[in-house]
Design a protein around this ligand. Structure first.
Ligand SMILES: Cc1cc2nc3c(=O)[nH]c(=O)nc-3n(C[C@H](O)[C@H](O)[C@H](O)COP(=O)(O)O)c2cc1C
Length: 411
């Protein structure tokens, strides 16, 4: 076991770490990312370093990672990187047999084990009165090595590489400077993350996947400004395949889909419109108002570059004699087609197609079935209009909701 070097990793609590990422990330994502970055670094480090690893932190969030990588957690007050480094150096001097220390930040998930290993070897081979320094491209410090005991005061913060060199000169110490490609970037912003996303370790890669996936979920909007060309058969089929992955009751597969071509659309729009008009007249809505609404709705159906109809069939569903359970069972099937259509809307969003839901078929099932010559068992549910995004269109504002109006907790 090589105990000559103690490695100190200073990391703040997730809610404080990476403050420049805070605006771009919700707290859950920030915690996930910070924890993943530390895990990748510790795993890379542990694979080449059998000596002491000391995590200096003001949080109990890292206990699990510490025990998985056989690291020691030293608590500090969270008052800054330099204070954490001092606490780590003190701990290493008093509690380990190490005669040198290496200080790292906890946010270098792209650090390769080869680079870490070279750095440790170089530190151990360096003169006792030299500082070993790895600078990042932006003038920060991604690795600092010292022989202990030492009077050297670490200078982490803005322009720290320069300050570390100056501090060495002031104390008459040499600088053993290393350029290590995987340690050239320290991650402060989303742009930094994008630069290293292909070389980060697996935990950070998976945290980034989660963040990106959920960003897509949060950003999907109904996009009604559509233009051609229509989706190709391959594009459509690949979307439908995702629809077919929706959860469904009792392992059933009750969804059916129709791509409605331009020939069928005038009849479809006319039939649904006639039914709607009849309903609205019954409600006492003025005819001029009805005609305007019908014209809008018809134009959307006729002009959608691609028009997809989602239907349900009874196949695989339970049958009940009483209406309460029969209606609940149909409710299950409708939940499932909703899930299938949402899969399609989300995939359309990720692919940067425009897409939105049209609920009219639910009010005019018989007319839709007749207009499209569908089998009797197919019960129309909703249309999804799809196309390329017209850049002039801006989705409606959708203000952030207060979760407390939508979520309660019960013991
Ligand atoms: C069941 C259902 C029915 C909908 N019906 C229509 C519709 O007939 N026409 C339409 O333009 N949008 C329709 N929408 C889209 C909603 O208006 C839209 O999802 C909602 O305003 C939230 O906006 P967003 O999708 O942009 O986030 C429907 C959505 C759902 C889930």
């Amino acid at each position: 076991m090589n105990n000559a070097t103690a490695v100190i990793v200073a990391i703040q609590a997730p809610e404080k770490a990476k403050s420049r990422l805070a605006n771009a990330l919700i707290p859950y994502h920030r915690r996930t990312l910070v924890t993943a970055m530390l895990t990748d670094f510790l795993e890379a480090l542990r694979s080449v370093h059998s000596g002491p690893i000391i995590i200096v932190t003001d949080s109990d969030n890292y206990q699990d990672i510490a025990s998985q990588t056989d690291a020691i957690v030293v608590e500090d007050s969270g008052s800054g990187f330099n204070q954490a480094a001092i606490a780590g150096i003190e701990f290493a001097a008093n509690n380990t047999e190490a005669d040198s220390i290496l200080v790292f930040p906890g946010d270098i998930p792209q650090a390769s084990s080869n680079d870490i290993s070279d750095l440790i070897a170089s530190l151990q081979a360096s003169r006792k009165d030299a500082v070993t320094l790895v600078a990042s491209k932006d003038g920060g410090t991604t690795g600092l090595g010292l022989h202990i005991p030492t009077t050297y005061q670490t200078q982490f913060g803005l322009e720290s590489a320069l300050k570390h060199r100056e501090q060495a000169t002031l104390l008459g110490m040499g600088v053993n400077e290393m350029i290590l490609s995987s340690l050239e970037i320290d991650i402060d912003t989303i742009d930094d993350l994008e630069q290293v996303q292909n070389i980060v370790g697996k935990h950070t890669a998976s945290a980034l996947e989660i963040i990106l996936f959920e960003k897509h979920l949060a950003e999907r909007r109904s996009f009604r400004g559509l233009q051609g060309p229509p989706l190709t058969q391959e594009e459509i089929e690949s979307l439908i395949r995702l629809g077919l992955k929706a959860p469904a009751p009792h392992h059933s597969t009750p969804w059916r889909f129709v791509i409605v071509g331009s020939e069928s659309r005038p009849v479809l729009a006319g039939e649904m419109g006639a039914k709607w008009k009849q309903d609205l007249l019954g409600d006492g809505v003025p005819e001029a108002q009805i005609n305007k609404a019908l014209a809008n709705s018809s134009a959307r159906i006729l002009s959608a570059p691609t028009l997809l109809l989602g239907c349900l069939v009874q196949e695989g569903l339970n049958t009940y004699a009483d209406s309460e359970r029969a209606s609940a069972e149909w409710g299950l099937a409708q939940h499932s087609i909703g899930a299938a259509l949402e899969n399609i809307l989300l995939a359309a969003h990720v692919r940067n197609y425009g897409a939105y839901w049209i609920s009219a078929p639910l009010y005019a099932g018989d007319k839709v079935r007749a207009a499209l010559r569908l089998e009797h068992e197919w019960i129309p549910q909703a249309l999804i209009a799809l196309g390329r995004k017209n850049s002039d269109y801006k989705p409606f504002d959708r203000p952030e909701l207060d979760i407390n109006d939508y979520l309660i907790w019960r013991e």
